[in-house]
Design a protein around this ligand. Structure first.
Ligand code: FES
Ligand code: MG
Length: 592
């Protein structure tokens, strides 16, 4: 089968359905129920539907994150029509719900601030309307985790339609990748090696079509994670957004949503501990984004599955990096798709004993192993075998030490190997604005051995933990040809970034973590092989500094920001809200 979402759609018109949740709104049969059922049916007539078009059919909510402001999702308004086609054909009744769009590029201070808001919106819409199952349409970074978190808490059968990557970028005969080449050409411009005209050309060549970033950024990482969890159809995550295969995948997913309702295959039945282990192994084999650690921990919390930072490190040590896709490799998502996509890579990963759990359920209606059994690699340079792996070990390490008692994360595969064991003097910046103001100031006397520290950029301090973690290298060092330095922050980093960047330091400085106590000149030791991040200052001195530390004023006094600040967990806990992450049921609404 082609890698565009092959599944059993269920038999159209099939009647062996468990009682539909939506029947509580409409009543059984054409005249059943009480006054409210009559009222709801009359409103369905107002919407223009005949009774036989919807009564007794599974109602499938299509949660669509399309917006004019979101270039990664600009095709989803039209693509929802193909999802509806699939729902109708399988005997369901589709209803599209526009939900918040989280555009990684445009939304400030960062869409991470709003991931939990979309998760809440998803959960509450699914809970409060006559819905039996859901299709979750998204891709741009935070949208897929948000939709999955909400749908998991709502407890209704759901399937992800990944937005799909955009086409490759082009510039003067070179292939451009999102993010990675944005930073690279900006550095070229800052170093004076290209001019304004060429910069304007790059601007037009970087992002050529609808779709998510076509490098292995957070979007491609999280849509692949959704697929590996078993929450999207096999092969669906890499279909380019503008490929007609994307239309077919959308239709197949809509049809499958109807089957999920008939089988009552809820997220709770799919999202097992094994599913998260397989998703983590997949992310690491892809050389995927560090953001996945936060999102998968948060989603595991919603699914009531124990899953921690350390699990990623343990899984990474037995999983090779098999996808040669930027920023860790050289190719792009289009290449990955034509090379066979995720099923082909999983087939290679499955050759590592114990790497995957083939027998667990998935939304495709078949065990996970059938996703990839027999899937062929068409381009061995893009999808490697364990023997020809890009790296023998997964790309993410979890660090501990007196500077990160809750843990910190480094994507060491995207780092200069010489810097993975390094001691150097700290140069501290208290905010991103402070960093922008002073980074190029020669008076700071930053050397290639310095350790750049940025704090006040965590979940509370950022606020929203922005992607500031790839701190810029001072222009005067760039001019000397320095391309990497040790950088440490409580921020996140874009999945398309690279460099020796220690991220997600927990607890963050704003919450009083040890990062708040670092002073310029303090020696810091990074030792990735030993998984250690250490501030080389004695304990008595650190106690004195702590006694003098005063918590910064909160960013928000009212509104969603205040709600966020009161409830957000630290990075090692997935940044969910405590009241959303905890188990417990809410009463189902009585529609009558
Ligand atoms: Fe939307 Fe990268 S900006 S996926
Ligand atoms: Mg990103």
């Amino acid at each position: 089968p082609e890698a565009n979402g092959d599944a059993d759609a269920g038999t159209p018109g099939q009647d062996a359905v468990p009682p539909l949740r939506s029947a509580a709104w409409f009543g059984e049969g054409a005249t059943g129920g009480k006054l409210r059922a009559f009222s709801h049916r009359s409103r369905m007539r107002q919407l223009g539907y005949l009774p036989e078009e919807h009564l007794g059919k599974p109602v499938i909510a299509i949660l669509n994150t399309w917006s004019d402001i979101n270039p990664c999702h600009m095709h989803l308004r039209e693509r929802a029509e193909q999802v509806k086609r699939g729902v109708w054909q399988a005997g369901g009744f589709p209803l599209e719900f526009p939900v918040a769009t989280l555009s990684e590029t445009f939304q400030k201070p960062t869409p991470m601030l709003y991931r939990n808001l979309l998760a809440m919106e998803t959960e509450e819409l699914l809970s409060s309307y006559p819905v039996d199952g859901a299709v979750l349409m998204g891709g741009c970074d935070k949208t897929v985790p948000a939709l999955l978190m909400g749908a998991t808490s709502a407890g209704l059968p759901a399937i992800v339609v990944p937005a799909g990557p955009m086409l490759r970028g082009h510039h003067r005969g070179r292939t451009l990748g999102s993010g990675t080449d944005l930073w690279a050409y900006w550095d070229e411009f800052r170093a004076g090696r290209i001019g304004e005209c060429e910069l304007a050309e790059v601007e037009c060549g970087l992002a050529r079509s609808a779709g998510t970033c076509m490098t292995m950024g957070t979007a491609s990482t999280m849509t692949a994670a959704a697929e590996a969890l078993g929450m999207a159809l096999p092969g669906s995550s890499s279909v380019p957004a503008v490929d007609s295969g994307h239309h077919r995948m959308a239709s197949a997913s809509g049809a499958r949503a109807v089957g999920l309702v008939r089988e009552q295959l809820t997220p709770a039945r799919v999202l097992s501990r094994e599913a998260f282990e397989d998703a983590a192994a997949t992310v690491l084999a892809l050389g995927g984004s560090t953001n996945a650690l936060i999102h998968l921990i948060a989603l595991a919390g919603r699914a009531e599955v124990p899953f921690a930072l350390e699990d990623f490190d343990a899984i990474g040590s037995r999983v090779p990096v098999l996808a040669d896709v930027r920023p860790v490799g050289t190719h792009l998502m289009e290449d990955f798709h034509y090379a066979g996509g995720l099923p082909a890579m999983l087939a290679q990963l499955a050759r590592v004993p114990g790497a995957l759990h083939p027998d667990r359920p998935t939304v495709a209606g078949r065990p996970f192993g059938t996703y990839y059994e027999g899937a062929e690699v068409h381009e061995p340079a893009v999808i490697r075998t364990p023997k020809t792996a890009v790296a023998g070990e997964g790309g993410v390490a979890v660090l501990h030490g007196n500077l990160a008692p809750g843990g910190a994360v480094i994507k060491h595969l995207a780092a200069d190997p010489k810097l993975l064991t390094h001691t150097g003097p700290a140069v501290v910046f208290d905010s991103y604005q402070d960093l922008q103001r002073r980074i190029d100031d020669p008076a700071l006397d930053i050397t290639p051995d310095s350790v750049l520290v940025l704090r006040g950029t965590g979940p509370l301090g950022g606020p929203g933990m922005p992607e500031y973690g790839m701190l810029p290298i001072p222009a005067y060092l760039l001019e000397r040809g320095v391309t990497d330095m040790v950088r440490i922050s409580d921020a996140r980093m874009s999945g398309t970034s690279y460099g020796t960047c220690v991220l997600h330091v927990a607890p963050e400085a704003h919450a009083g973590g040890p990062l708040a106590l670092v002073r310029t000149g303090d020696p810091i030791t990074l030792d990735v092989p030993a998984r250690c991040l250490h501030l080389d200052v004695d304990d008595a001195e650190l106690r004195r500094r702590r006694a003098a530390w005063r918590p910064p004023a909160p960013h928000y006094e009212r509104g969603y920001g205040a709600l966020y600040s009161a409830h957000v967990a630290q990075a090692d806990q997935g940044c969910d809200f405590g009241f959303l992450a905890r188990p417990g049921r809410n009463p189902a609404p009585d529609p009558q």
